[in-house]
Design a protein around this ligand. Structure first.
Ligand SMILES: [Zn+2]
Ligand SMILES: [Zn+2]
Length: 286
């Protein structure tokens, strides 16, 4: 049934996935064939109780804590010993602090083997968050953002207005909603922002897929000491020698793999590169 499933830890088991926004369509096709287990999707619990992107329900825990909580609720509701959950966050990039940035985690909990393994993916993304005073500008703004494939949320005046319409997904709907919000506004402004919910945001869907693939890789990496899955890089060591002068550079030369279960760790030299590009050497290229 699952010809690619090689992982005896999870074969033939069921995993609970609590999601309101059709994330099972992104995650299940990747995980099921390679784990040999089946995703059991639950949509009767409103995950918006744990926080929304529209700021009407604040998320109380961190991204990982919220994902963990969702996975646990799914496991409780189904009575399954395997749980999955995904949680996203949007902010700015960690390097310059200017580029819109999306981080996605997919948490995997296995109570049978006492495991918690987290798939992560992150990268730049496109967002829209602007006040506009006429429909023509508004149309250009959302078209640039990728509307209607990427959906938007519209409010009168500003981002704090409690009246908002989410899931705006067609041009006709957009125009009608724009006029409604414009009529309700006190300053003659309409606030338009990205809808970050997974089913409304194709860029986010891709990032969730990448996080699921990262999880899959971790689940197939086993500890040489205790054989538990999740043996993965937790740290990198800089110092790869410069190709020209041989001095150590900031480019990583080794990775530390660590087991989440028994804490066994090992330094592994990188196998893709022997030398760093001259451009990253502080002596050759100060
Ligand atoms: Zn181990
Ligand atoms: Zn050099």
């Amino acid at each position: 049934m699952f010809p690619n499933a090689t992982n005896t830890f999870f074969r033939g088991r069921e995993m609970a996935l609590l999601t309101k926004h059709r994330k099972e369509q992104l995650i299940a096709p990747l995980l099921e064939p390679f784990l040999g287990s089946k995703v059991v999707q639950l949509d009767d619990y409103d995950t918006d109780n744990l926080g929304t992107f529209t700021r009407d329900v604040k998320r109380t825990g961190t991204q990982l804590e919220t994902a963990r909580k969702k996975a646990r609720i799914g496991m409780e509701l189904t009575g399954l010993k395997l749980g999955l959950a995904s949680e996203g966050s949007f902010g700015v990039d960690p390097y310059t602090g200017f580029i819109p940035w999306n981080i996605e985690v997919v948490v995997f909990i296995d109570d049978m083997h006492g495991l918690e393994i987290v798939g992560v993916a992150q990268g730049s993304t496109k967002i829209v968050q602007e006040k506009v005073d006429n429909l023509e500008k508004a149309r250009r703004l959302v078209a640039d953002f990728g509307f209607p494939a990427s959906q938007v949320i519209v409010r009168p005046d500003d981002g704090e207005n409690p009246h908002f319409i989410k899931g705006v997904a067609t041009w006709d709907q957009f125009e009608a909603v724009f006029h409604d919000c414009w009529r309700l506004s006190k300053q003659g402004l309409v606030f338009i922002e990205s809808d970050f919910r997974a089913h409304a945001n194709p860029a986010r869907q891709n990032m969730i897929r990448l996080a699921a693939i990262n999880l899959l890789l971790k689940l197939h990496s086993h500890c040489p000491n205790c054989h538990a899955p999740g043996y993965w890089v937790t740290e990198t060591k800089p110092g790869l020698p410069c190709e020209y002068c041989g001095a150590p550079t900031a480019v990583f030369r080794a990775q530390i793999y660590r087991c989440p279960k028994c804490d066994f760790s090992k330094e592994v030299a990188r196998s893709d590169l022997q030398f760093a590009d001259q451009g990253s050497c502080s002596l050759c290229n100060p």
